[in-house]
Ligand binder design. Structure first.
Ligand code: ZN
Length: 427
């Protein structure tokens, strides 16, 4: 399963490609793409379908034999975006010696220094002209060869660099693309046009991001860890996918995998967890099965959500940052996250449900609470609850270096997580 995770991570440098990688696993398994703009067919028990929104969020469903109103649904959600740098419009900056840099904007909250001196490249989507101004074409772009680098400043110019350095997102973090003496010759658009096979004049716009081309790999004496970019939160996306694909093909309860975009920037987009898109989909499904709005409301009341987003593992170099009694360890199993201010959806009831699911699956489980003097992050569960008031738990696997260009997780925890999710889907 770790090889499958590694393949998924390498195929998913950004949100759009992660959704494409999901489709490439779902379709051969019999999941049928449905278009939210088309009239929805009435779905029946055993049907497997999926929807996408904005090419960057995905909702896969396997319809159960029990009515939604009576049994609700079991949903695993995660997010497919990760901190990175977005290429700005008019991005080329020509400097001395023909050096061409790209102007970028930070996406989410990366640890900036971890992006220095790496073989970077570009991925995302390019929007191409068609005859219909309202419907331009979308082309995915994944340039797999190293193209760019953000060079560090030599220590000789900053002797204090190892004592901590303040970085400017606008000055220090711009990647170098080329050394080209002709300053009048554009670089970026011809590159994109050549990659997707179109005229530069037909490129209307793009959503392109930097990513580290270094592939995901196992590390450790016994290869017990995985080192990769974007473990947060693609490892949970992958665990949800593998669980759904291997779950009971004729379930009683409807199984849902919801992969949202834009968690790293607050989720308030049409493809984020703050969107009513999923709630609307569920209403349409219930109604087309002959149900009423009351049936839909009952389905939501019966449902249970696992909001899966990585947690912080006990860090051997920084034990003082951890809560004294709740510090999950690598390899100790999935982590239930609690927060008194309710940044996490977990409460005693939903935590007990998830712990029982883990027990049934033969999987250990751990609990995380922030050190009381350390502000924590937020995640999907509570944001989704604003449009879908679901009972649910916030959990995730423990990792080190969250939001680094390269994060570290545990191979054993990944297997545990898939088993727990599968057991949940099969309930
Ligand atoms: Zn996350």
């Amino acid at each position: 399963m770790i090889n499958s995770l590694i393949s998924f991570l390498n195929a998913s440098p950004v949100n759009f490609l992660a959704v494409e990688a999901l489709r490439n696993r779902l379709e051969p398994a019999g999941f049928r793409a449905l278009d939210a703009t088309a009239a929805m067919p009435a779905l029946k028990a055993g049907d497997t379908v999926y929807f996408t929104k904005n090419d960057s969020s995905l909702y896969a469903l396997r319809i159960g034999s029990k009515s939604l109103a009576e049994a609700g649904f079991h949903i695993v959600c995660a997010h497919c975006d990760s901190p990175t740098f977005r290429i700005k419009p008019a991005a080329e900056m020509h400097g001395e010696g023909g050096i061409v840099r790209l102007n970028t904007e930070v996406y989410g909250g990366p640890i900036l220094s971890t992006w220095f001196d790496r073989p970077l490249s570009l991925a995302g989507r390019v929007i191409v002209r068609t005859d219909d101004p309202m419907h331009p074409a979308t082309r995915l772009l994944h340039i797999q060869r190293p193209l760019l680098t953000i060079p560090n400043l030599a220590i000789h110019f900053n002797r204090q660099v190892n004592d901590g350095v303040k970085l400017s997102k606008q000055k220090d973090m711009l990647p170098v693309l080329a050394a080209q003496m002709d300053k009048s010759a554009p670089v970026l658009l011809p590159l994109i046009a050549a990659e997707i096979g179109c005229d530069t004049a037909d490129i209307l716009d793009f959503d392109l991001y930097l990513y580290d081309t270094t592939p995901a790999t196992r590390v450790g004496l016994n290869a017990e860890f995985i080192s990769s970019g974007r473990l947060d939160d693609l490892s949970m996306v992958h665990a949800g996918l593998e669980a759904l694909l291997s779950a009971d093909a004729a379930p009683g309860t409807t199984q849902i995998l919801a992969i949202f975009d834009n968690e790293e920037t607050g989720s308030q987009t049409k493809q984020g967890a703050g969107s009513p898109f999923l709630a609307t989909l569920l209403q349409r499904i219930v109604t087309l099965q002959g149900g009423t709005f009351d049936d839909y409301a009952r389905a939501v009341e019966h449902a249970f959500m696992i909001s899966a987003d990585n947690a912080h593992a006990w860090h051997p170099n920084y034990p003082e940052k951890m809560d004294p009694t709740n510090h999950p360890v690598m390899g100790g199993g999935p982590v239930i996250k609690f927060n008194a201010a309710q940044k996490y959806a977990s409460d005693a009831v939903s935590a007990a449900v998830f712990a029982s699911i883990c027990e049934k699956a033969g999987v250990p489980c751990q609990r995380f609470v922030n050190h009381s003097d350390v502000a924590g992050g937020s995640t999907l569960g509570n944001i989704l609850a604003s449009s879908l008031p679901l009972r649910g738990v916030d959990m995730g696997n423990p990792i080190w270096a969250m939001h680094s260009c390269r994060e570290t997780g545990s191979c054993a925890d990944h297997e545990y997580c898939i088993r727990a999710f599968r057991a949940f889907y099969n309930l």
